[in-house]
Design a protein around this ligand. Sequence first.
Ligand code: 2HA
Ligand code: ZN
Length: 284
Amino acid sequence: MRILEMKFVKGFIKMADDGYQQGWHERNGGNLSYRLKPSEVEDVMPRLNSPGEWVPIGTSVPGLANEFFMVTGSGKYFRNIIVDPEVCLAIIELDDAGENYRIRWGLVEGGVPTSELPTHLMNHEVKKRTSEGRHRVIYHAHTTNTIALSFVLPLNDEIWTRELWEMATECPVVFPEGVGVVGWMVPGGRDIAVATSKLMEQYNVAIWAHHGMFCSGEDFDLTFGLMHTVEKSAAILVKVLSMSPIKHQTIMPEGFRKLEGQFNISLPERFLYEKTDPQAIGKK
Ligand code: 2HA
Ligand code: ZN
């Protein structure tokens, strides 16, 4: 089967285009990566190019030694992925130390993997371990409302989680572990990768202040759905803040606790603090 006809490749392209349609990928903004299953590596193997040069990843991910990934290309536009996937995407292979990669397919007009490769791979390494191999997708997008909120809400995991949960009943069900926040940092390197992957030890969502969001998940639907849910909640909070400086009513801690039984989820107590003023927005 041709690589472009394989199920995981179609899923990757559809997810990228869904993100573009949401308005999360202006110009070359955002990036996506997928860790191939052993059976998928077997399927693509006869179609791969002979290996090119090993290139340093810029960080070390020994937990991902010899794994294969599909990734978006640096400087490529999400807008173009659906029309020209072989130009915009690559399949890369990691070496047996998890320190170097080489391109095995795609980027037919030249180029290199996403500038955020260190963050993607460090997140994959953490998630492969903590999810016992189930998580395969890491997604970064420039989600408008989340970015807007990062100028207004204190950059604090408890405050962000609680405000986002309050905006829609489904939120604590979709991300019961909460969201983590990284203060503004220079993107594209190892430092932001270390900060983000540290949050991924406990969360599936990391907010990058004044930049966007990273999400991790088992498959394309769950990972896209997670980002979509967080961003929709952020959009509601932006509307609420635009209409009124206070909330006249909201979901209270005892309400969240009732959801735990109904939906068989466990919500960490540190997000269910009693607020000094339940009407205030963005305060503990
Ligand atoms: O341009 O989104 O964070 C790609 C990015 C960098
Ligand atoms: Zn970005």
